[in-house]
Design a protein around this ligand. Structure first.
Ligand code: ADP
Length: 562
């Protein structure tokens, strides 16, 4: 029997129309660094998105064309977010921290002919242009310095001013009735563990994912809230927050290029956001700033942390500031919301049990199915003990990678199971009540003497020591055990230096002796990826090249237990 319900396609344009009418007064505030943030309503944003779509149509953009953005988080980027997919084209957000050759590769791969760039980023774009034969139009938003701008003007592409392009155009657009399965936005993975791969989100996946982001179980934000969106708009659509905001009227505070701890603290102090979202390294930086120069961050009722494991010390430190941290797990391939760590109602608030739940990666929402592929084959039970590689499926989970503007979709075997589930590359356990605890990325697990050592557990415990600001642990080759952990630590400002022996003892209080690192090194900062995660590839390469000054402590792993 066929249902009797209307089949209204789930489109980004519908989210835009809803946000601009029902929540027309909600606002996007863009930080300018000069004490006068720019503010515009959702209604104004929709009008400008319509103008932008008219302009793009005049530049020859048609359905299915990829249009790139090389932009910070700001109002104009949000206009592009809605205009490009709503007219049937595909918004391709570019990670501005990628190395230039990777950036050029993904623009060519996607076949972008039009590219939007913030004035402050023109210098980054211009040297790439000679490697982008398909690129025809560059639209510059905001002021740029004279020299890079002159180079852009001389580069052979047609250069447009964003405001001039929009001026005088109609403020309504007759958005087409698209197929909801069509691509709406395109985002390449940041390449922490390999070459960037393109994930093309559909209108339908964005719509359903936005509803999930808005559920109380997830971020649960409303038009009474203001979200400081630190996670970049090029990093999985800012975790879906701008789209979700136009469903509920959630007000947005966009930091533009002011992502350093000082300006972020000032934004929180003066604009009073109730929510913020970012990777742990940003929060670690902010914490240091707050300790050095206290500011009022009490408006932040809730902070969402994801992208890499949240160290317990970070969560506790924010608890002390009265800021509630909620951990979430996800990937570019999962839109990204995959789990959210809200403890079950049955556990007592403030109890140790509650804290333990908050330290998990969280539980799966309806819409994300999970299973653990066991190392010995088959699937591991959800008993909180049996590890496996996490596999997921659902309506906002990728089923393939974009094959390029002239290529076929790609389904590499190491990323997709034969029955179509996404292989996440993350290793962990799931408890009987569906809470996921990740112990590592499959590529970062330390395989020592046939056993697995969790680099994340060692890192979290090290970062719990007062003298440690950051700690990364990577596998290094070992003649006897195959691999052993190397601990890379960064001294915390303003606290005495602990010896490696003392740090090892600190680990030994909670971690089995055979897992404790015997190789130690101190660095000024842990190398980071383009989205602020510890870059373990770089650390392993530095170690292999003999560039690290490594101290070796006497006892040796498994042998010391014997
Ligand atoms: P990349 O894989 O290039 O770093 P993504 O942003 O898609 O880009 O990263 C997804 C990965 O980040 C996940 O597979 C997982 O390893 C890690 N990750 C995300 N959130 C968490 C979290 N809360 N705890 C631990 N790891 C996380």
């Amino acid at each position: 029997m066929l249902s009797t319900m209307q089949d209204v396609p789930l489109l980004v344009s519908r989210i835009l129309e809803h946000g601009s009418t029902i929540h027309g007064r909600s606002r996007i505030t863009t930080w300018t660094g000069d004490g006068a943030p720019r503010r515009q309503s959702f209604a104004e944003t929709a009008a400008r998105a319509a103008q932008l779509a008219h302009a793009l149509r005049d530049l020859g953009v048609t359905e299915g064309d990829a249009v790139a953005t090389l932009m910070w988080n700001n109002a104009e980027h949000t206009e592009a977010y809605f205009a490009i997919p709503s007219m049937g084209a595909v918004l391709h957000t570019l990670n501005l921290r990628l190395p230039p050759d990777q950036l050029a590769f993904i623009v060519r791969h996607a076949g972008d002919r039009v590219l939007f760039v913030n004035g402050s980023l023109v210098g980054l774009l211009t040297p790439l242009i000679e490697h982008l034969p398909r690129l025809e139009h560059v639209v510059v938003s905001g002021a740029s310095a004279d020299e890079p701008r002159a180079a852009l003007d001389a580069s052979g592409v047609e250069v447009h001013e964003y405001e001039t392009l929009l001026a005088g155009r109609p403020t309504v657009y007759d958005w087409p009735e698209l197929d909801e399965r069509q691509a709406a936005t395109l985002c390449y993975t940041s390449g922490t563990t390999g070459e960037p791969k393109g994930v093309a989100y559909s209108h339908r996946s964005i719509y359903l994912h936005s509803m999930q982001v808005n559920m109380t179980e997830s971020m649960g934000l409303t038009d009474a809230d203001l979200s400081l969106v630190i996670v970049p708009q090029f990093h999985c659509n800012s975790w879906g927050i701008p789209h979700a905001a136009f469903m509920t009227g959630l007000n947005l505070l966009m930091p533009d290029r002011f992502l350093q701890p000082g300006p972020l603290a000032e934004m929180i102090d003066t604009e009073r956001p109730t929510h913020a979202a970012a990777v742990p390294t940003i929060w670690q930086g902010l914490l240091g700033e707050l300790e050095a120069r206290p500011r009022d961050v009490s408006s932040l009722a809730q902070v969402t942390i994801g992208g890499s494991a949240c160290p317990p010390s970070l969560m506790t430190a924010f608890d002390e500031h009265g800021v509630r941290v909620t951990q979430a797990w996800g990937m570019t391939e999962t839109s990204p919301l995959g789990t959210v760590a809200r403890p079950p109602a049955a556990v007592e608030a403030g109890s140790e049990a509650e804290f333990a739940y908050r330290m998990t990666q969280g539980r799966f929402p309806a819409g994300v199915e999970a299973r653990l592929a066991a190392p010995e084959g088959g699937f591991a039970p959800w008993d909180g003990e049996s590890p496996g590689e996490l596999e997921v499926r659902g309506p906002w989970v990728a089923g393939a990678y974009h094959g390029g503007f002239d290529g076929e979709q790609l389904r590499p075997e190491d990323k997709f199971s034969p029955d179509g589930w996404l292989r996440t590359g993350d290793v962990g356990v799931i408890g009987p009540d569906g809470y996921l605890t990740l112990t590592d990325r499959a590529k970062d697990v330390i395989k020592s003497g046939g056993e697995w050592i969790s680099s994340v557990e060692l890192e979290n415990t090290l970062m719990g020591h007062t003298s440690v600001a950051e700690a990364a642990v990577v596998a290094v080759p070992d003649d006897r055990w195959g691999e052993r952990p190397l601990a890379v630590v960064v001294q915390a400002e303003g606290s005495g230096e602990a010896t490696f022996e003392e740090l090892r003892q600190h680990l030994g209080e909670t971690i089995a002796r055979w897992q404790l690192p015997e190789r130690w090194t101190r660095v000024g900062a842990v190398p980071k990826t383009s989205v602020g995660k510890f870059d373990k590839k770089v650390i392993r390469a530095q170690y292999a090249a003999g560039e690290l000054d490594v101290t070796r402590l006497g006892s040796d792993g498994h042998a010391s237990d014997a």
